[in-house]
Ligand binder design. Structure first.
Ligand code: AVJ
Ligand code: FE
Length: 432
């Protein structure tokens, strides 16, 4: 048992590091140190930051040993806002690569010796290794978004692989019956504190879309004057729509009657009508839903539709507990560098027939990011607890840039309702 766990941890550590280095490999050194958007860190900050995080947890907390504690300040996300990070005394690209490699070498030595049967909560089923792996995977998605904002149009993309689509036309929406379900988890070994504890939530029946909202559907909202009708927007959303002069999703550009889109790392193409819309903020998603006579699903509705069946069994993924595979979901690193058409991945459907709930695009929910009843911060307040409140909205399900080990049906992501550089779209719901 313990041997298997250590091998799995090594495999995950190795996999995420290969992904980080492959992502940064095509980026020239001067572009690694440059800040491409005030919303993002210089890429070289992210790289050394994941190494420093790994050092603090897997050397410091696990083995009371350190390599470069003087770097803690530079790479502390709370000490320096993203816009201030370029001015810090950062390790250069070559130094950062050497640093993360040195940390990793020692981490593997420690892993060799550590007793994972130790009963501390930090080591239980490899939890602390799990949060370090997920942290680097999350930063890989952040770096992907930074490269997208930069618009590096010669960045090499993987060839989009053909995806399975439903043979029969899908119903647009399905009804999920009312009644209790179990939200969150006590079982997932690498679940974050914000996913715990598992608790029963009783819901009224509701309708939910079988797929995310497409570019074509969103374009109809735009051409119907959705961005000019204050009645469709919540008050703060309308104010933001005015201030930021929002007229369409980020990276779209009008092309006569249609649209160009520039969201494959700067490449310009005609808007793919059947792909899920991405790069919309929560306010845009909510305005679309109202225009369509619908609403966003609550976080609880989303999780019930994704993880629960009439058998009363909780699923790690919509299709069950089997690991994600390219026939079930579009996730990193073998992703298409963009979402797959709505209606793809019938083998990844939830028990109610909802497709693409995991992968493709993060999905905005109606809900604020709040603790579950009985929440306890673990292992540190700054992952979740300091963000709880009405300032942030919850996103679910992961995107094409999310790695399988950093998403599950209980996983909660959050961001400000004005943010749209992340790979986020949405699906709609309504009362039944
Ligand atoms: C969970 C994606 C909101 O990127 O701010 C990274 C994850 N926490 N480093 C973020 C995170 C610390 C977090 N999100
Ligand atoms: Fe971080």
């Amino acid at each position: 048992m313990e041997l298997g766990l250590k091998e799995r941890i090594e495999h995950e550590l190795d996999g995420v590091r290969r992904r980080s280095l492959e992502l940064l490999d095509p980026v020239p050194p001067d572009e690694l140190v440059r800040q491409h958007s005030p919303l993002m860190s210089p890429l070289v900050w992210d790289l050394a930051h994941v190494g420093n995080y790994e050092e603090q947890w897997l050397l410091g907390s696990v083995a009371s040993t350190r390599l470069a504690p003087h770097l803690d300040g530079v790479y502390d996300a709370f000490l320096h806002a993203r816009r201030d990070r370029p001015a810090l005394a950062l390790l250069g690209p070559a130094e950062a690569r050497r640093y993360v490699g040195d940390v990793r070498g020692r981490v593997l030595d420690v892993l060799d010796r550590v007793d994972l049967d130790d009963t501390t909560a930090l080591l239980d089923r490899g939890f602390v290794y799990g949060i370090v792996v997920q942290h680097e995977q999350q930063h890989d998605e952040t770096m992907t978004a930074a490269i997208q904002l930069w618009g590096a149009d010669d960045y090499p993309l993987s060839q989009p692989w053909p995806v399975p689509v439903s043979a029969k036309p899908l119903p647009a929406e399905v009804v999920v019956p009312g009644g209790p379900f179990v939200m969150g988890t006590d079982m997932e070994p690498w679940a974050y504190d914000n996913e715990r504890p598992a608790h029963t939530v009783d819901l009224l029946p509701f309708w939910i879309d079988t797929t995310p909202v497409t570019n074509k559907a969103f374009a109809a909202f735009v051409s119907d004057g959705g961005y000019d009708d204050a009645r469709l927007w919540v008050q703060a959303g309308w104010a933001w729509r005015q201030e930021a002069e929002l007229r369409h999703p980020q990276f779209w550009a009008p092309d006569g009657a249609g649209w160009w889109v520039r969201d494959r790392f700067g490449r310009v193409e005609t808007l793919p009508p059947d792909e899920p819309v991405q790069h919309v903020c929560w306010y845009e998603a909510a305005a679309y839903a109202r225009w369509a006579g619908r609403r966003l699903p609550s976080e609880a509705e989303w999780e019930k539709a994704a993880s629960w069946g009439s058998d009363g069994v909780k699923r790690r993924f919509p299709w069950g507990n089997a690991a994600p595979a390219p026939v079930r979901a579009n996730l990193a690193p073998a992703s298409r560098f963009g979402p797959a058409s709505a209606g793809s991945f019938p083998a990844g459907a939830s028990p109610w027939g909802c497709q693409q709930m995991v992968g493709d695009v993060w999905e905005w929910t109606a809900s604020d990011f709040l603790p579950y009843p009985g929440f306890r911060a673990f292992p540190y307040r700054e992952y979740s607890e300091v963000f709880f409140g009405s300032e942030y909205k919850v996103l679910r399900g992961g995107s094409w840039a999310t790695h399988p080990s950093a998403v599950r049906t209980t996983f909660r992501n959050w961001d400000f309702p004005i943010r749209r550089h992340i790979f986020a779209g949405f699906r709609c719901a309504r009362d039944a």
